[in-house]
Design a protein around this ligand. Structure first.
Ligand code: COI
Length: 357
């Protein structure tokens, strides 16, 4: 796969300065990788300066939300890297989302080449503190000009990236158990990483904020009893020393951080239970102290401990050990692996070739 580099992209890189306070997802590297699908095939992969997109106002993405995305990170630590972590898994999940949303699949070599180019050219802008990274956002939109509701036959695939610090500024999350709205139902698109799932979650985010919470915990659509996920994150708890997480089904995003943690926890000797999790059983376990920790995990969030679960009725369940020694151990193990500080026994880490500009 050849990459066509616009000289203006190199100029933009040479003029770019990383601000001191980077936050999360606010500062973008000054380049983007772009590839268009038309007439049944993918065109040339291009590296362009970062900038606005020109879209016909009837482009289907603007009306019918035919859109998918991924979240990935590249890591730098004490002169090592840049590393990608399980990038092939993101490429595969991207195409699972594409299938569900009736979009063209992006060949894995185009997806990975685009991600590697962004990382390779952005090497100087990857923050170096542990827990910081280059957050990478591959995404695809439907660009066909037509107001009819039918699958688009034209798509634009892009990769942009943002040098980023922590996703959450708070130590422990206060999480709202959402008993009114639902995120996904069986047969729906809950497992796809598509904008509509996130747009539909925002009303609960507003409600959570107004009640003093930072996140929503979604329950299943049919019985409003079983824990599903947390919009941008998967959910874990520690009960009697075992890790529990809801089993994957088509209403839950199959998190790559989630899967990695399950394997790493087993490597560390923990038992991991993946099954349906009744919210009432969890609340009882928090009340009687057998549930000692709860945490959220995801690419952006890494592992973020939960200090309290509550509901809109003012009930609160405080987690016994919000400092979470097991969550801490898992976070440290995951980050050490991603940042190249421990041996990669599963072959999950890839060193990306740095490209000089
Ligand atoms: C990620 O963790 O990469 C996500 O996609 C969550 C996000 C919506 C910030």
């Amino acid at each position: 796969m050849t990459l066509n580099v616009d000289p203006k992209a190199l100029e933009a890189l040479n003029n770019f300065k990383l601000p001191e306070d980077i936050g999360f997802g606010r500062t973008m590297v000054p380049i983007m990788a772009v590839c268009d699908f038309e007439n049944g095939k993918w065109g040339e992969l291009q590296l362009l300066p970062y900038g606005p997109l020109e879209l016909d106002p009837t482009a289907k993405v603007l009306h019918y939300g035919q859109e998918i995305f991924e979240g990935m990170k590249a890591y730098h630590y004490e002169g090592h890297g840049p590393y990608l972590f399980r990038a092939d898994q993101n490429a595969k999940r991207f195409n699972e989302s594409a299938k569900r949303m009736a979009m063209a699949e992006v060949p894995e070599e185009i997806y990975l080449e685009a991600v590697r180019a962004i990382v390779g050219y952005s090497n100087d802008f990857i923050p170096v503190q542990s827990g910081e990274s280059l957050y990478i956002r591959p995404f695809m939109i439907s660009t066909e000009e037509h107001l009819g509701i039918k699958p688009s036959e034209k798509f634009k695939f892009l990769v942009i990236a943002s040098p980023s610090g922590a996703y959450f500024s708070t130590g422990f999350l206060k999480v709202l158990i959402e008993r009114e709205f639902i995120r996904a139902c069986p047969g729906g698109m809950g497992a796809a990483k598509t904008g509509g799932n996130y747009a539909g979650s925002l009303i609960s985010a507003q409600k959570a904020k107004s009640l003093g919470f930072q996140q929503t915990l979604w329950l299943d659509a049919l019985e409003k009893t079983y824990i599903e996920e947390m919009s941008g994150m998967n959910f874990f708890s520690v009960i009697n020393g075992k890790l529990h997480t809801p089993e994957i089904q088509d209403t839950i995003l199959d998190g790559i951080t989630r899967n990695s943690l399950i394997q790493l926890a087993k490597d560390l000797g923990y038992e991991v239970v993946e099954e349906k999790m009744n919210i009432n059983d969890l609340l009882t376990a928090i009340e009687n102290g057998s549930c000692s920790e709860c945490f959220a995990c995801g690419t952006a969030a890494i592992i973020t401990p939960i200090g309290m679960l509550g509901d809109a009725g003012g009930n609160e369940w405080n987690i016994k050990n919000p400092e979470g020694p097991i969550a801490k151990e898992l976070r440290e193990t995951l980050l050490s692996l991603q940042e190249g500080r421990i041996e990669d026994i599963h072959g999950w880490r890839e060193t990306v070739k740095v490209i000089c500009h």
